[in-house]
Design a protein around this ligand. Structure first.
Ligand code: Z5A
Ligand code: MG
Length: 216
């Protein structure tokens, strides 16, 4: 394991039921067993006042105008931005379950709303930029067969299909430089192995000797 002057910022992304939370937990354990100090976060963070509004919206218990809910999701990341930077400077590796990539594509996927990828991305500028984002790719039909699909607001086949298209569009932009695609349609153990290999690869890159950057 190479010495790091700072911790790494690692994001797990993907469609619903791609196995993000399962792999997020395993990655945290794997990094800890390598001797790293790890902080685990997820977005939305439903525990804050803003996060509670988001939770009520996702459960269908409250209504929000589409631009407003988009900005609340972004604000929910900004609430944690200082904490993320400090932890990384202190040498913690921060592993996040969903980040601004989800923020951008889920809002832009609403086809009845005039909300472009660019508009959706602008409020994210300035947030800590991940060293690596592992995107768990899965066909929406396969994901829909996994547990509990369909309970929350965006869990429809049409929405998931559009979200996947937009994730790929986003990968063609500057955000794509940090994204590594992993086939999530395999066993939990196979996906886990692929993720740790890709993360270890990034940990050895020269950029890890430099300070964390910001989303531009
Ligand atoms: N959203 C947004 O609009 N804007 C934002 O800025 C952000 C989010 C941050 C809630 O997200 C919604 O918020 C989400 C995006 C939107 N909208 N939708 N729809 P969330 O993260 O709180 O919850 P979630 O993403 O809906 O889904 P999830 O349940 O968290 O899925 P997951 O984490 O990817 O999967 P999992 O819990 O690890 O696994 C799901 C099931 O599959 C479970 O039964 C596992 O045991 C099983 N599983 C996992 N891996 C495998 C493999 N490899 N094989 C077979 N079965 C597996
Ligand atoms: Mg999850």
């Amino acid at each position: 394991m190479p010495p790091l002057s700072r911790g790494a910022l690692i994001v797990i992304e993907g469609l619903d039921r791609a196995g993000k939370s399962t792999q997020h937990a395993r990655l945290c354990q794997n990094l800890e067993s390598q001797g790293r100090r790890v902080k685990s976060l997820r977005f939305p963070d439903r525990t804050t006042p803003i996060g509670k509004s988001i939770d009520a919206y996702l459960r269908g218990e409250s209504q929000q105008e589409d631009h407003v809910i988009h900005l609340l999701f972004s604000a929910n990341r900004w609430e944690a931005a200082g904490q993320i930077r400090s932890a990384i400077e202190e040498g913690f590796t921060v592993v996040i379950d969903r980040y601004h990539y989800s923020g951008i594509v889920y809002s832009a996927a609403k086809d009845k709303v005039d909300l472009s990828l660019k508009w959706a991305r602008d409020p994210e500028i300035g947030l800590p930029r991940p060293d690596v984002c592992v995107f768990l790719d899965i066909a929406p039909e396969v994901a829909a067969k996994r547990g509990n699909f369909g309970r929350e607001k965006y869990e429809t086949s049409a929405m998931q299909k559009r979200v996947r298209e937009l994730f790929y569009e986003l990968m063609g932009t500057s955000d794509g430089l940090d994204i590594r695609v992993v086939d999530a349609g395999r066993s939990v153990e196979e996906v886990e192995q692929d993720i740790i290999e890709r993360v270890n690869d990034v940990m050895e890159q020269p950029k890890m000797a430099k300070p964390l950057t910001a989303i531009l």
